[in-house]
Design a protein around this ligand. Sequence first.
Ligand code: NAG
Ligand code: NAG
Ligand code: NAG
Ligand code: NAG
Ligand code: NAG
Ligand code: NAG
Ligand code: NAG
Ligand code: NAG
Ligand code: NAG
Ligand code: NAG
Length: 570
Amino acid sequence: MRASAASVVSTLVAVIGQSLIAGAVPASSSVDPCAKIAGLEFAPPADALACLTSFPFNETLRQNVLDVVSKVFDFYTFEDYYLEPVPVFEQPAVYIRSELARINSTSYDSDYAFNKDLFDMVNSLNDGHTGWYPFCYWGTFQNLLPAPVISLEVNGVQNVYVVPNLVDVVNSLGANYTSHFESIGFDWQRLAGALVLEIGGMDAYDYADYVADTVTGNYIDHGVRINSVFSSYEINEDNEFQQRFGDIAGPLFPDQENLTMTLIPVGSTSPETVTIPFLAIADTYPFTDASSYWANNCAANNETNGVDYRTTEGKTESARTYARANLMKSSARAAFPSQLVPDLPMVNGSSGQIKNFLLDDNTTAVMFVGSFDPDDYNGFQNDVVSAVTQFKEAGATRLIVDLTNNGGGYVCLGEFLHAYLAGSSFGFPGYSTAVRANTLAQKIVAADIMLNNTEEVAFYAPDNWAFTNDTIMPNTYNYITPDVNSTIDGALYSESQRFYDVCTPWNVELPVDPPFDLNNVVIVGNADCASTCAQFSTLMYERHNTRVAVFGGKPGEVMQYKGESVGILS
Ligand SMILES: *[C@@H]1O[C@H](CO)[C@@H](O)[C@H](O)[C@H]1NC(C)=O
Ligand SMILES: *[C@@H]1O[C@H](CO)[C@@H](O)[C@H](O)[C@H]1NC(C)=O
Ligand SMILES: *[C@@H]1O[C@H](CO)[C@@H](O)[C@H](O)[C@H]1NC(C)=O
Ligand SMILES: *[C@@H]1O[C@H](CO)[C@@H](O)[C@H](O)[C@H]1NC(C)=O
Ligand SMILES: *[C@@H]1O[C@H](CO)[C@@H](O)[C@H](O)[C@H]1NC(C)=O
Ligand SMILES: *[C@@H]1O[C@H](CO)[C@@H](O)[C@H](O)[C@H]1NC(C)=O
Ligand SMILES: *[C@@H]1O[C@H](CO)[C@@H](O)[C@H](O)[C@H]1NC(C)=O
Ligand SMILES: *[C@@H]1O[C@H](CO)[C@@H](O)[C@H](O)[C@H]1NC(C)=O
Ligand SMILES: *[C@@H]1O[C@H](CO)[C@@H](O)[C@H](O)[C@H]1NC(C)=O
Ligand SMILES: *[C@@H]1O[C@H](CO)[C@@H](O)[C@H](O)[C@H]1NC(C)=O
């Protein structure tokens, strides 16, 4: 299914799709390239791209899009920080306003080309909180290579390999995927476990660097992005384990037809060069031709411009407008080969984003936290209680928190897990923050105050936040004006005063003391740990000196996820 609008608006920087914009006229042509792939589960990338690029460039849409995008960037906390490169993260400078001006004056062959250029520019910020996701094109035909790769250490030497469990992973995509390769006579099975020397004519790790720099996005630290290019395990939106293809083998746009690898198959000793074809998986609203593709996947409709939460038809449930800091990223839909699903029985509290296991020693508890973005906000808290209760009853004395590919989520749930493990005697489990005081943000706060909007309907409403003494702000209190000024990279930067999140009361009671001796709690993961996950890890490390074991990456490269935790209210 396509991402719902609700999951898209993840932070103060609204993520706004092309779907805001009214309809466009699709290309009329005797052969309709979208009709050719309509209804297919998988399409050759050239066919998918022919459909996506068939919509003509439209100046009106460009002006609408750039108007919205440039105004959304006014909210962007880190804009000025990009005026200089950040060598420690290998992050180059990005001159956002000049880039928008360039995109405003470039000639494009198609609406796709315009959107892809804008996507690439925003993606180059490597900040998962700031995205331009044109849902007309983004992930509608994700390219899948029947040869996901990983970095493995064999006999003390790290190299890139095609995943050894290739046959199971690829077969889990179903017969429509595999029969395509049969029909073109491509034998992918024999690539399982092959040692990969070169990809795309480059050294395999250099190619990993290249994809991490041009495709992956999301994380400011290059070392962390490297882990996204390789295949790995995660918990998906349906609360199940799955194996990601990774960004080398699963890019979100179908703009590559094949990838050439020089590799040594298992059982062979001599390198050979193989050109491996991609096949794209369709993830669209139904369409039969270009016109219905545009109407159902791209054009604005009565549901794409948001709803007025202050009306009865608007917000249906009454709840605080919690901040979410999560990632939108490629997630190829391969199932998890059953023999890789942990064979230990899961303990209570495992039906959602958390999976809990007690190791055979009966003393080591493992809590795999897939994200802090569950369907059920309170259920997440209940699950933590159920799991910890059962762990304790079984006699567990130590805890491993596995955060591999944790996609982030509710800021308050990161604070909750920290609060639960630290015990209520610890005190306030979060940290203070601030928002950029741009003109529109100041007007929004003023309007919320004037209209008496509360935290139930508005994110910027004063009572959605607390003073740094943990007292909720009165709804008449303007926390954003007068602003606090500073200079960043030579530019004037204005922000609000500092404030706290409001996360309490929790849905459950916290233990007074830590349920596990905090010296016996460790965090493990691949540092692909988005915002709220990085925030949780950083709190655990800074407040309790929790040991964090990070695996993966590239030989000799450090991974840092600090950059993500400061980005929570970007
Ligand atoms: C461009 O898009 C606008 C807004 O949707 C639409 O009204 C107009 O007809 C389109 N122009 C062309 C030439 O398709
Ligand atoms: C194969 O794709 C067709 C649509 O082209 C779909 O109807 C069918 O269910 C798919 N088969 C499987 C096994 O998924
Ligand atoms: C794009 O250029 C047009 C003039 O061609 C200008 O009116 C508009 O303000 C520019 N948009 C942005 C976002 O700079
Ligand atoms: C690989 O893709 C390119 C286009 O990107 C195409 O020109 C070439 O023929 C393809 N090679 C094979 C062996 O399919
Ligand atoms: C939008 O329009 C569709 C079709 O006309 C209708 O079924 C749906 O209820 C409308 N949604 C809203 C939020 O008005
Ligand atoms: C762990 O507990 C189970 C169930 O009580 C028991 O059968 C098993 O022997 C225990 N294992 C160890 C290493 O104590
Ligand atoms: C686990 O959940 C089951 C079903 O809700 C419950 O009966 C049982 O008491 C729970 N076990 C523990 C140790 O909490
Ligand atoms: C907001 O609340 C104040 C004080 O209760 C009241 O005087 C004012 O009319 C309210 N404004 C609106 C727009 O409801
Ligand atoms: C917390 O701080 C605010 C702002 O300084 C102040 O108005 C309020 O009285 C304080 N609350 C408590 C309980 O100290
Ligand atoms: C911060 O700078 C802005 C823009 O120059 C100015 O309007 C505002 O008054 C300044 N705020 C403070 C507190 O100095």
